[in-house]
Design a protein around this ligand. Structure first.
Ligand SMILES: [Cu+2]
Length: 452
């Protein structure tokens, strides 16, 4: 029998051996075709094609990676590569991602599945994939140098393991991690319960929190940034480029939020209270889940929350750090609220006649003005609703709850028509005098002090 060196000497046969060698953990291999897209719209959910039934997830402005069955193993093919990602209309970033997009496609499988995930590296440096939260063999954990050698540029590695628990997990490189994650390399990994009735919901949305530092007018993230990011993204999109969460009234809804930024994000949803149902550690027992209206997502963690969509309307969902619902800002803009800029405006207009003073009454004028800004830069506050500028950016979207939406319909139903008598409006009647409270010395007397 020839040894490897002898085979290599035979040319074609050697090449075959080398490519076979790389897949030595599995037999009779051919690489599954790598699916690819550069679309930034929300792709419809992918119903299960084999095995137990499950309700597929919907990745906002993202998609689910197709798989094939081979000898009872679910095979996926991730390709790590440079991508162009539209962050919102008119603003594009040059990032690194998987299969054409950042974030990468969502991997969906079922508890009890064995998965084989081929990872091809088309980056200019080595990479790995760490499967965040999954319980698996140490050698499959994807830590460069610790679990296995990095995947060199041009090579493909195979990861293979059993999915022993259901839940919400993430994937990202664990090689030159600061750079590769700052460039947008991350995705979500959903393992559905083997029992199709366990914690089942009708709408199941995925949001990955990520962040970039891209100078206005430029395309490539500054990778050395530690805290001062200027683009706060969901699935590598900024509002108004983030699709709404479209929900049929009465549905049981789950929102799963992963955080691979370098700060925490209190995600707040209007119109509802909800219960935390899952972390990346596992399911939360419903008997001990408590109600919240904001859920803090720690760094390197996932939280899912569930609610019953009983309240029709357009409900904001956003990070509650107000700077995270703004797009790229000049952080050195001073505060002018209350300042009288009349004199300085006259002086500046002598050299720049079109100069407009901003910010003396707050910053809301930023929301509706078409300010001259550099090319490829989203306005700081943006998005228009039915009643005017929404004055948001970054980590913001809308949960749109309507009756009669078909189970497979995620199309934007437009703006909500508030029923008559249920919307705040200008008061045109008599305005009563503000009531005086009693002064401190008499506040708690009984009977109340009457003020003449
Ligand atoms: Cu935030």
């Amino acid at each position: 029998m020839m040894n490897r060196r002898q085979l290599l000497g035979t040319g074609v046969a050697g090449a075959t051996l080398v490519s076979t060698k790389a897949w030595s953990q599995t037999d009779n291999r051919s690489l599954p075709e790598a699916a690819l897209t550069d679309a930034a719209g929300t792709q419809p959910p992918v119903a299960p094609s084999s095995g137990p039934d499950y309700n597929p997830v919907v990745t906002l402005n993202g998609w689910t990676l197709p798989h094939r069955m081979k000898d009872g193993v679910k095979e996926f093919h991730l390709v790590a590569e440079p991508v162009e990602r539209e962050l919102t209309e008119g603003t594009t970033a040059y990032l690194w991602g998987y299969n054409g997009t950042s974030i990468g496609p969502t991997i969906e499988a079922v508890e009890g599945d064995r998965v084989r995930i081929f990872v091809t590296n088309r980056l200019p440096e080595h990479t790995t994939v760490h499967w965040h939260g999954l319980i698996l063999p140490s050698g499959m954990d994807g830590v460069q140098g610790l679990s296995h050698p990095g995947i060199p540029p041009g090579k493909t590695f195979a990861y293979e393991f059993d999915l022993i628990k259901s839940g919400t997990f993430m994937y990202h490189p664990h090689a030159d991690e600061m750079v590769q994650m700052a460039m947008g390399m991350m995705g979500m990994f959903i393992v559905h319960p083997k029992d199709p009735t366990f914690r089942r919901v009708e709408r199941d949305f995925l949001i990955m929190l990520n962040a970039f530092d891209i100078d206005p007018g430029t395309y490539i993230p500054r990778i050395m940034e530690m805290t001062d990011f200027n683009l706060w993204t969901w699935n590598s999109r900024i509002f108004p480029g983030i699709d709404p969460l479209v929900v049929n009234k009465g549905d049981d809804v789950r929102v799963r939020v992963g955080n691979l930024t370098m700060t925490n994000h209190p995600i707040h949803m209007h119109g509802y209270d909800f219960k935390v149902s899952c972390t990346d550690g596992g399911w939360v027992n419903p008997d001990v889940a408590w109600s919240e209206v904001s859920i803090d997502i720690p760094v390197g963690a996932m939280r899912a929350f569930d609610f019953k969509a009983e309240h029709e309307g357009d409900w904001a969902i956003h990070c509650h750090k107000s700077h995270h619902t703004m797009n790229a800002m000049g952080h050195d803009v001073p505060t002018f609220i209350g300042a009288d800029k009349t004199n300085v405006t006259q002086k500046i207009r002598r050299v720049q006649p079109e100069y407009m003073p901003m910010g003396t009454a707050g910053m809301a004028d930023m929301g509706e003005m078409e300010m001259p800004i550099p090319k490829n830069t989203a306005p700081m506050m943006s998005g228009w609703g039915k009643y005017g500028p929404i004055e948001m950016g970054g980590m913001f979207s809308v949960v749109k709850v309507r009756p009669g939406i078909a189970s497979d319909d995620y199309a934007d139903p437009g703006w909500y028509d508030n029923p008559p008598g249920t919307q705040a409006a200008e008061w045109t009647g008599e305005i009563p005098e503000p009531m005086q409270v009693a002064d401190a010395t008499t506040r708690y007397t009984d009977p109340p002090v009457s003020r003449g």
